[in-house]
Design a protein around this ligand. Structure first.
Ligand code: SAM
Length: 222
């Protein structure tokens, strides 16, 4: 089976942010991302890593089925802990919660030496807060819709300089605000979801949530 892998829109957006030729894919599961990137010759080599044996076995089988075992190495690793000796151009951490992604980055040295592509499934504001207050600069962001759900994809790099973000920018994504005309439908859906979440907080008596809720409403009007 050496047919071409096709990615869903979420993973295609992650792939679209890859810059260099050597990717580490953390939490690779089926290894679809590195297989696609090798097949399309966007990268020369990859490490597909996972904390669990089951997903790593799936990755190994998939890599062999596509004849890419010379290009994609598999490594059992909790986050980046077993991968510190590698010198990747890019590190992708996709399909995990934002707090777990933050923990993976914060406990690693190589995360400061490679371009990061992060796709949090939740708590994206906590991840952005960590990045912008710990010397990582968010270079770009995009939103991708798949099966009715909007996903956030963040491109970041360590610069040693902290960036000022407002609360609204942490939740929505400053670059998403800047880029909103490139993907207006996804942007609207993303902000609508935040507005709904904050509406529940306000209706539940959380007065501290009111000003952000109003800011989100303003984004829906403009
Ligand atoms: C939902 S899958 C995402 C797969 C793929 N990255 C994607 O975006 O489609 C999450 C994967 O992350 C792995 N994972 C969870 N915690 C991890 C950790 N601390 N380090 C490495 N992998 C982890 C899981 O075993 C699982 O295979």
């Amino acid at each position: 089976m050496k047919d071409k892998i096709s990615l869903d829109d979420r993973l295609a957006a992650v792939a679209g942010f890859v810059e260099g030729e050597f990717l580490i894919d953390v939490g690779t599961d089926h290894a679809n991302l590195p297989i696609f990137l090798c097949q399309t010759k966007k990268i020369k080599r990859a490490v597909a890593s996972d904390i669990n044996e089951g997903p790593l076995d799936r990755a190994k089988k998939n890599i062999c089925a596509h004849g890419l075992q010379e290009k994609i190495e598999t490594v059992l690793s909790d986050g980046l802990t077993a991968l510190e000796s590698y010198i990747p151009t890019d590190i992708a951490v996709a399909g995990m919660g934002g707090i777990l992604i933050k923990d993976i980055i914060s406990s690693s040295e190589i995360a400061r030496r490679a371009h990061l592509i992060l796709q949090p499934m939740s708590h994206a504001h906590i991840l952005r807060e960590y990045l912008t207050s710990h010397g990582f600069s968010i270079k770009d962001e995009t939103l991708a819709e798949d099966a009715g759900k909007v996903y956030q994809i963040i491109s970041a790099v360590y610069t040693g300089t902290n960036d000022e973000y407002t609360d609204a920018e942490l939740y929505i994504g400053k670059k998403n605000i800047e880029n909103r005309e490139k993907y207006p439908a996804e942007f609207l859906k993303h902000v609508k979801k935040l507005t709904e979440t904050f509406s529940k907080k306000v209706n539940g008596g959380d007065d501290g949530a009111r000003s952000l809720y109003n800011e989100f409403l303003n984004f829906l009007k403009t």
